[in-house]
Design a protein around this ligand. Structure first.
Ligand SMILES: [Zn+2]
Length: 391
């Protein structure tokens, strides 16, 4: 396939820059990038007509077994139903330009099964990167998400937890480092792991050749997690100057999920209303901290918490708009967060995140100028190409 007349961003093209390029694809890979108008021939031509062509977007924080509805109803679905729903939700995001989704917590054998079917070519879908069950100490509210957690206590058990979820087929490790907004009785500000537990889980993950993504709202837990070697700090809600300094070393990266909070401020089912107060308590401090970190040049990952109550699959692009509005980030940085930077955070930048020969042909054609109006990335995705196939 050749995607002709692509307007590209210099920052996302790892090839000689021309204002318009033709992208040559064979199988699932980009095999060449030419100046537009080249005489290279292929049976299958897609003409982008001078529109922007970006690498497929990445959402580092989704829950494909949750439906955005009432969590208690979701938690009691059968694993088969969860698996079928997970595939359909993954397609919702793919159609809106999100060609890679990192699922940060699901019941055993659900999203991982969907991933395996997509990887085997039996289903068309986005790249799925899965944690399987979330490793957590025994904690208030874990039962609210039946089946999603693997409870372990003590450093030795952390290592056993890592081995267990890796055996289940996990790609990386997800840990709960503080209480959660979405768990009844969970205190978002409070650390729930000992320093030794953070260290043990990082060591066990490294042994298995992977990294830890840790759910952390509170300041102290974020610091301990970064110092222990956790790589991806999910939510990273309450950041002070010391945390900003720690992030400068780029061994750990914050992955805010602002859209879920904005969603939780809307109308919710009765059983989820307790979440709203917790969000209101941290939102303004979160915005202050993120703005300061952004001005200090910290690299952010792109995440949403899609699937949590109020946040519908497929609307991942809402995060572009709310980060623009509340965090006041530049459009080019938002685009980099959802592509290159998130690929680097997952250590997948050899395969995705930019337009480069040898990388997966995951591309989106956008109607409009995302440098001028970020909302086009939420609303105006014209064509999605996943692994060289038009979706
Ligand atoms: Zn989450």
């Amino acid at each position: 396939m050749i995607v002709k007349n692509c307007k590209v961003l210099k920052e996302l093209l790892e090839a000689d820059y021309h204002e318009l390029v033709d992208i040559h694809i064979e199988g699932d890979e980009i095999i060449n990038v030419y100046p537009a108008g080249s005489d290279v021939k292929d049976e299958h031509i897609v003409d982008a007509g001078g529109k922007y062509v970006l690498p497929g977007f990445i959402d580092l924080h989704v829950h494909l077994t949750l439906s955005a509805g009432d969590t208690l109803v979701d938690s009691f679905k059968s694993p088969v139903q969860m698996t079928i729903d997970a595939y359909s939700f993954a397609l919702d995001s793919l159609k809106r330009g999100f060609t890679t989704l990192r699922d940060v917590g699901a019941s055993s054998g659900t999203v991982i099964a969907v991933r395996d079917s997509i990887n085997a070519g039996k289903l068309v879908g986005p790249n799925l990167i899965c944690s399987g069950r979330i490793i957590t100490p025994t904690e208030n509210g874990n039962d609210f998400f039946k089946g999603m957690y693997l409870e372990v206590d003590s450093p030795d058990d952390m290592a056993r937890g890592v081995r267990t979820v890796m055996k289940d087929g996990a790609d990386f490790i997800k840990l709960m480092g503080t209480g959660a907004m979405m768990n009844p009785g969970g205190e978002p500000g409070m650390s729930i792991c000992f320093k030794e537990e953070f260290e043990a889980i990082v060591k066990a993950a490294e042994l298995k050749g992977t990294y830890v993504a840790v759910h952390c709202h509170g300041t102290n837990a974020i610091k301990t997690a970064i110092k222990a070697g956790c790589r991806s700090i999910e939510h990273s809600s309450l950041m002070d100057d010391e945390i900003i300094e720690l992030y400068k070393a780029e061994t750990a990266f914050p992955v805010p999920t602002l859209s879920v909070w904005i969603a939780l401020l809307r109308d919710l089912p009765e059983s989820s209303k307790f979440m709203t107060k917790k969000v209101e308590a941290v939102l303004s401090d979160n915005i202050k901290g993120v703005k300061k970190a952004y001005k200090a040049g910290i690299k952010f990952g792109f995440g949403t918490d899609q699937g949590v109550t109020g946040l519908f699959h497929g609307d991942n692009g809402m995060e572009f708009e709310v980060r623009k509005e509340h965090y006041e980030m530049d459009n080019i940085d938002l685009i980099l967060q959802a592509t290159k930077h998130s690929a680097e955070i997952m250590k997948m930048d050899h395969k995705i995140g930019t337009i480069k020969v040898g990388k997966l042909a995951d591309l989106v054609i956008v109607d409009g100028d995302p440098l001028d109006d970020i909302s086009v990335l939420r609303n105006n995705i014209e064509t999605v190409i996943k692994s060289g196939q038009v979706v």
